[in-house]
Design a protein around this ligand. Sequence first.
Ligand SMILES: [Fe+2]
Ligand SMILES: [Fe+2]
Length: 155
Amino acid sequence: MVLFDLEKTQLVPFQDMNEVHLEELALGNEIFEYLQNTTPVDHKWLQLKLRDFLYHTRDHFKFEEEIMKETLCPILSCQESEHNRVLAIMIQIFKDYMMSADTQILKDYFECEFKPWIEHHILTMDTVTATYLESYEKGESIPGLSDHQCGTSKC
Ligand SMILES: [Fe+2]
Ligand SMILES: [Fe+2]
């Protein structure tokens, strides 16, 4: 089973964000494919891949937050708190795996937690962000004065 069907990935109206997303999902596919089809597992190789994935996710989030800061995007704080929450869970899961060498923890995480989360996040907060950035680039948004519309009921 492929974790992400890249052809069907929801695109947002800001191309740089799509490139980062597709790269990250491809890396997720590579790790998930390895977890499913490889025995015995090379834990050293896997740990390096998980590190790459963690760094990629961190940079992905940072990239979005920086550009939102520059453009005074109104949902910056929602993105930041969501990104921080997800990164903290990812770090905890990867630590749990490192302590136990139990790859089932990783399989469950990628399939049942990370996949639904990122698909939903791209469809909601990232789409709202990308729409803002696109209109900002066209000179249509007044910084700081656009509607909030983060798509959640949390804030
Ligand atoms: Fe994103
Ligand atoms: Fe995001």
